[in-house]
Ligand binder design. Structure first.
Ligand code: LLP
Length: 422
């Protein structure tokens, strides 16, 4: 195997000496590959974010909810958030106790809310309507409310979840009405939470939002926890040495706010964060195969099996993911070229990497898409009736294990009913 362009995976020792072209051959492509050592390290980075003693990291499973992945997160002592009954279900299978699951729901039916109540998980609602609904279903119960601190942040307008333009959370202006509903149903407000958006590389907005959230917290007497949300970014452009989020600096700014609040509030409060991407993105890559190389007018296209059914982020948010190249055999070239790497889906928007300068790529090369562990497989689909990829894990001792089988053709028919039946 030749390493044609492998700056980032080499630096991270991602493959731990294992040959990615052999993984591609053995398991087929497209293939999600996870590295257990890096995943565990990211869990530990965030557990050590602050010095404040009552601090819990809830991993946000929407970023990646593979069962084996969650089992590792659990073994690192993290708790989890959930966004749907499906996430609650898989988190329980991974070993999380109900009290370790924080269900942060948005616009859910009474049935769905009842499911969460029956499961015994802690619930956060984010509108007066949903607070009423909870009150009717579980009078006298304990509840959390998600507030909008008025400050948002994120890598794309679609993922900014606080501020003036979002469907999420309760505007603090409605605190009197929140209190009324709490009284009406004898509910106990045990927590408040926020999530300002996804992917900040500079903690300014996050720290500002914490200040606002703590002002809201002071208006409630018996909070057990305050959840500051997720959004901790990772550098997607590692080839150009984009720096990582400065956790030390951010941690000390957060600490300042937390210790000060704890003193003023006069009661023990647990502070929580709910990062998804920071924990899951960097411990995974996608391996794919180049099946065609061609020119169309001025563009050179590299045609692969990594369509947007496999990784949606580029088409959905114009997201950047680094691409590396491995080659079996001894074909050589000194050229570098400006190319556009595309998938095999029937839309022109099926572009994985636009206008990249890469070494000359040939049919049969193995491409490696970086930072794919967050919102990668969890947003994969069967569009074009394509099969969702397999997922494998490189363990700390270099064992490679399959943690999700590739879909099979018969999965495409699953749940469909032929008219022949009627
Ligand atoms: N908490 C709540 C309530 C959330 O809605 C989210 C993400 C998180 C925590 C975790 O955010 P993180 O730490 O991962 O940034 N699909 C998009 C990201 C959507 C994020 C949705 N909510 C992407 O691929 O960039």
């Amino acid at each position: 195997m030749q390493k044609i362009y492998t700056k980032v995976t080499d630096k991270m020792n991602f493959f731990q000496g294992i040959d990615p072209t052999e993984l591609a051959e053995k398991y087929g492509t497209p293939l999600y590959v996870y590295n257990e050592r890096i995943l565990r390290q990211r869990c530990r980075d965030l557990k050590n974010l602050v010095k404040y003693p009552n601090f819990v990291v809830d991993y946000s499973a929407k970023a990646n909810s593979n069962l084996a992945f969650l089992e590792i997160v659990k073994s690192e002592g993290l708790e989890v958030d959930a966004m749907s009954p499906g996430e609650i279900y898989i988190e329980k299978l991974a070993g999380f106790e109900p009290k370790e699951i924080f269900y942060i729901c948005n616009n859910v039916s009474a049935e769905e809310m009842q499911y969460a109540i029956n499961e015994g998980v802690v619930i956060s609602v984010d509108s007066l309507s949903q607070l009423e609904q909870y009150g009717k279903l579980n009078p006298g119960g304990e509840i959390a409310v998600r507030f909008n601190p008025g400050v948002g942040a994120g890598h794309h307008e679609k993922v900014v979840t606080a501020g003036k333009k979002t469907k999420f959370a309760v505007d603090p202006e409605f605190i009197p009405q929140v209190k009324e509903i709490l009284n009406k149903y004898n509910l106990k407000l045990i927590g408040i939470n926020q999530h300002i958006g996804s992917l900040f590389m500079d903690g300014t907005a996050f720290v500002e939002s914490i200040g606002k959230l703590l002002e809201i917290a002071k208006q409630f007497d018996d909070l057990k926890f305050i959840d500051m949300g997720g959004g901790f970014g990772i550098p997607y452009n590692k080839e150009d040495d984009q720096p990582s989020l400065d956790l030390n600096d951010l941690g000390s700014k957060i600490d300042e706010a937390l210790f000060k609040f704890a003193e003023e509030y006069g009661k023990q409060v647990t502070f929580r964060i709910e990062p998804g991407r920071y924990i899951s993105a960097e411990c995974s890559v996608i391996l794919g195969t180049v099946h065609a190389v061609k020119y169309n007018h001025t563009h050179k296209f590299i045609g692969t099996d990594i369509g947007f059914n496999v990784l949606q982020r580029p088409i959905m948010y114009d997201s950047y993911h680094g691409v590396e190249v491995f080659r079996k055999g001894d074909k050589k070239s000194e050229n570098t070229e400006n190319v556009t790497v595309v998938g095999n889906i029937c839309e022109s928007g099926d572009i994985l990497a636009k206008d990249r300068v890469l070494p000359e790529i040939f049919e049969g090369d193995t491409l490696c898409v970086l930072d794919a562990g967050a919102y990668g497989f969890s947003m994969a689909s069967n569009y074009n009736n394509r099969l969702r990829p397999a997922e494998i894990l490189i363990r700390e001792n270099n064992d490679v294990v399959l943690i999700r089988e590739r879909d099979e053709l018969k999965d495409i028919k699953r749940h469909m009913i032929s008219l022949k039946k009627y």
